[in-house]
Write a protein that binds this ligand. Structure first.
Ligand code: UT7
Length: 319
């Protein structure tokens, strides 16, 4: 059997930090509301000159360094993003060029906050099918550009950043299983409904969200998907060393942990410092827990995400 295994991680956060107190002078909100309802204290904001591919390049260089892999060894690039540099070509192609790589397949995956899970699952399947050897999988987002900074119900929630992993072919897992789902009947619940038509933006170019509906849905599927992943691998909750959920709201994460009966000590959280970085949130959290050595060889690590679509999914890893 052929499997894939993560051999390097990297992440990047833009320099500028926007605190909750900073937001108090932009919209009618308060530090205490944001902290108590979401767990967010601050978020990073990309510079005017930075694009999603720039954030990705920085994260990728760190992942390549940690894996000791040269650009010439990468034969697949998948980028998960909802905030691409441009409508086309894909951010993956732009990233490929910035990394000085040529020839290998490069494409974007659009599954909003579940994007990294979708991208990692896809790369794993490429490797298992024998179609590539070493893949770069990236989540990169600049949500600050698609937020309505007059809408306090959304602008306080998101941040910018990027995370990357390198996965390579191996005889032992590695990635044990991946689980992907979508339910398009909810496509209007969390959306950026605008489009470009005849040289103009048609419709709303900012994020719109029914926060309560998203919250309830997220808590439900974040629990279900963990059970699905464990059942497929004949594992128990107690076998999981680290749960790395998408970072949207600390209350969603805490409710999920409580329903699963998993201690918050085993859950990696970055929401306080990063806000919700959509497709970047899981690889960012993963990189942090790898670098501070919480994640160690042979541990079971479960990544899970939920987002617009709705989409949701999980990847179970033996580290
Ligand atoms: O990656 C997936 C993307 N999104 C999510 O996962 C978001 C999921 N949803 C959530 O995290 C939560 O639903 C929110 C954080 C968005 C909202 O929290 P909530 O506890 O569900 O608040 P709410 O929407 O029920 O609003 C409660 C009150 C309202 O005032 P009234 O009607 O009670 O007077 C809002 O107008 O809080 C008000 N409010 C705010 N107040 C201060 C809403 N946003 C703010 C704000 N600052 N930023």
């Amino acid at each position: 059997m052929m499997y894939s295994k993560i051999i390097g991680t990297g992440s990047y956060l833009p320099e500028k930090i926007l605190t909750n107190s900073d937001l108090e002078s932009i919209v009618d909100t308060s530090d205490s509301w944001i902290r108590s309802r979401t767990g967010i204290e601050q978020r990073h904001i990309a510079a005017e000159s930075e694009m999603a591919s720039d954030l990705a390049v920085n994260a990728c260089h760190k992942a390549m360094e940690s894996a000791d892999i040269g650009a010439d060894e990468i034969d697949l690039i998948i980028v998960a993003t909802t905030t691409p540099d441009m409508i086309f070509p894909s951010t993956a192609c732009i990233l490929q060029n910035k990394l000085g790589i040529q020839g290998c397949p490069a494409f974007d995956v659009q599954a909003v906050c579940s994007g990294f899970i979708y991208a990692l699952a896809t790369a794993d399947m490429f490797i298992r099918a024998g179609r590539c050897r070493t893949a770069l999988v990236v989540g990169t987002e600049i949500y600050s550009r698609i937020l309505d900074w007059n809408d306090r119900s959304t602008c306080v929630l998101f941040g910018d950043g990027a995370g990357a992993v390198l996965i390579t072919k191996c005889d032992q897992p590695g990635i044990l299983s991946s689980h992907l789902h979508a339910n398009g009947s909810h496509y209007t619940t969390l959306a950026l409904p605008g489009s470009i038509s005849r040289g103009k933006i048609k419709g709303n170019p900012f994020i719109t969200m029914d926060g309560n509906t998203v919250f309830k849905f997220a808590v439900k599927v974040m629990e279900e998907i963990v059970h699905e992943a464990l059942a497929e691998n004949n594992l128990q909750i107690s076998d999981i060393s680290w749960l790395i959920p998408h970072q949207a709201n600390i209350r969603i994460i805490q409710s999920t942990a409580k329903k699963l009966g998993i201690s918050m000590d085993k859950v990696v959280t970055t929401i306080a410092k990063h806000g919700n970085t959509s497709a970047a949130s899981i690889p960012l959290a993963l990189d942090i827990a790898v670098r501070d050595e919480r994640i160690r060889p042979d541990q079971y690590v479960l990544l899970e995400g939920v987002g617009g679509g709705f989409t949701w999914g999980a990847v179970l890893i033996r580290w």
